[in-house]
Design a protein around this ligand. Structure first.
Ligand SMILES: NC(=O)c1ccc[n+]([C@@H]2O[C@H](COP(=O)([O-])OP(=O)(O)OC[C@H]3O[C@@H](n4cnc5c(N)ncnc54)[C@H](O)[C@@H]3O)[C@@H](O)[C@H]2O)c1
Length: 249
């Protein structure tokens, strides 16, 4: 099946690389017009240019998700180029592997600002345009680490736990107003963010994954594709965990 997002206009944050880039590829291939939004200008421009070369419709927009002003500009760019906004993919995030003892207040504030406040601002500032369409979808990228605890990643776990409930709360607020809000929970996924893991650290992670391999960005994007499409019209506040079985045992 193709064209599952025909007529949709999507802002995808953190789309210059990794899971966000996978979403930009798949959403554009399924007919969406895509705003590749990121702080990595060169990479983001390159993703949008590649999509256009492939015959898709895409623009790059510089967006720091912690900046309300940048969000307003991004929504304006989507509407100016593509006439409307139907879809928000809140994907951008940063990582910090520190536990409680070594997480500084600065680290904590910085990570929460991107991972949690960034998604809050995205939903808040995109909402007026999303409401206009009468049939809009928000997909928030959460994490397996929003479901389970580990002895490290303190601020990251907290941010993703926050994203989980933020999504459900906004889903209920807009349940009768034509905006669905769902979330996707990736497990271990091969992206640039994971490249600094040593072989030993990587092997430790994979030992926890029943399938024994890392997922790929497209594995995550296929979950979001369903949630963003009209096929999921009866779904809101729901969660799709895509983790090779990590959360099952
Ligand atoms: N890779 C994994 O194993 C994994 C597992 C669970 C959840 N996730 C989630 O998937 C999403 C994508 O992760 P990834 O692995 O592709 O990471 P990544 O670091 O490879 O990509 C993240 C992108 O977000 C962008 N970004 C960072 N801060 C930003 C900001 N302030 N404003 C705008 N863009 C910003 C980065 O520039 C980058 O392009 C994140 O929400 C992450 O928490 C990833």
């Amino acid at each position: 099946m193709q064209g599952r997002l025909e007529g949709k206009v999507a802002i995808i944050t953190g789309a210059a690389r990794g899971i966000g880039e996978g979403h930009a590829d798949l959403f554009a291939a399924e007919g969406a017009r895509v705003v590749v939004a990121d702080v990595l200008e060169e990479l983001g421009e390159a993703v949008a240019a590649r999509l256009r070369e492939e015959g898709r419709q895409a623009i790059y927009q510089n967006l720091d998700v912690t900046s309300p002003r940048a969000w307003t500009d991004t929504v304006a760019a989507a509407v100016q180029h593509f006439g409307k906004l139907t879809t928000l993919m809140n994907n951008a995030a940063i990582f910090n592997a520190s536990g409680l003892e070594t997480t500084t207040l600065d680290d904590w504030n910085k990570l929460l600002a991107v991972n949690l406040t960034g998604q809050f601002l995205g939903m808040k500032i995109c909402m007026p345009e999303l409401l206009k369409t009468g049939n809009a979808a928000i997909v928030n990228i959460c994490s397996l680490y929003g479901l389970i605890g580990t002895p490290s990643f303190t601020s990251y776990h907290a941010s993703k736990g926050g994203v989980r409930m933020l999504s459900k709360s906004v889903a209920m607020e807009y349940v009768k107003r034509g905006v669905r809000v769902n979330s996707v929970f990736p497990g271990d996924t091969g992206t640039p963010a994971m490249e600094n893991l040593t072989e030993e650290e990587n092997a430790k992670v994979l030992a926890l994954v029943p399938m024994g391999v890392a997922g790929k960005p497209l594995d995550m994007a296929f979950g979001s594709l369903y949630l963003a499409s009209d096929e999921a019209r009866y779904l809101t506040g729901s969660e799709i965990v895509i983790d090779g079985g990590w959360s099952v045992p």
